[in-house]
Design a protein around this ligand. Structure first.
Ligand SMILES: N[C@@H](CCC(=O)N[C@@H](CS)C(=O)NCC(=O)O)C(=O)O
Length: 217
């Protein structure tokens, strides 16, 4: 069995999710850095790996997987020593899935909608900002009953959410202080997710790359 090939970029939050899970599970991987800011994910070579032209992706001995959330589920299921990050209990796992669907279906596309104009120095649509606030209110609701996003323990849902939510303030100047449970949860993530500094480093590098893009106004 050869090593997993991991296609990623530190500027990409979903890539960081996979990198963190690989690190937590101590899975050796051959990393291939893709220069997403300069069209690297659209190269003919990379499109053979992911026809969608996006990072992250893994190649586990011929099994090519894209979509960060599907990848981390697979990694924990296949390589995890226990099920703590991705519980096997039906109800607990259903809650993890529910949160990841919210993350992929609402939170992440919305963030794309906000970052798009920011890349080019354009005004962010106030409707998008309002929907970010609504989404953050939902996250606050998830944290009403539980310390973590999908129950009493840290799971892959926390890692995925953290990689998105941590960037709101530094990249988009979005004030998260009106969401105290989320602020407290993010602090816990910074203490409990091994190598959490990768998230901050990724946002720092992404900000530098965003600032380099010529602005329209
Ligand atoms: N739903 C995907 C999103 C992947 C995604 O949007 N990747 C972006 C970087 S954050 C990308 O590769 N963009 C390059 C492009 O579209 O050319 C996941 O979670 O893996």
């Amino acid at each position: 069995m050869g090593k997993i090939k991991f296609y990623w970029s530190i500027v990409s939050p979903p890539s960081r999710v996979v990198k963190l899970v690989l690190d937590i599970l101590k899975i050796p991987a051959d990393e291939v850095e893709i220069d997403v800011m300069n069209g690297g994910s659209r190269s003919p070579e990379y499109l053979k790996v992911n026809p969608e032209g996006k990072v992250p992706a893994i190649d586990d001995n011929g099994l090519i997987l894209t979509e960060s959330r599907a990848i981390i589920q697979y990694l924990v299921e296949k390589y995890g020593k226990d099920d703590s990050l991705y519980p096997r209990d039906l109800a607990a796992r259903a809650l993890v899935h529910s949160r990841l669907y919210f993350d992929n279906g609402s939170l992440w596309p919305l963030l794309h909608e906000v970052y798009g104009p920011l890349f080019y120095g354009e005004e962010v649509n106030p409707d998008s900002v309002k929907r970010v606030q609504e989404n953050m209110q939902s996250v606050e609701g998830f944290l009403q009953k539980n310390k973590w996003i999908a129950g009493p323990n840290l799971t892959i849902a926390d890692i995925s959410f953290a990689c998105i939510i941590a960037g709101l303030q530094p990249l988009f100047d979005f004030d998260i202080s009106p969401y105290p449970k989320t602020v407290a949860w993010l602090k816990e993530c910074s203490k409990s997710i091994p190598n959490y500094k990768l998230i901050e480093e990724g946002d720092r590098v992404l900000k530098i790359e965003m600032d380099k893009i010529p602005k329209k106004s």
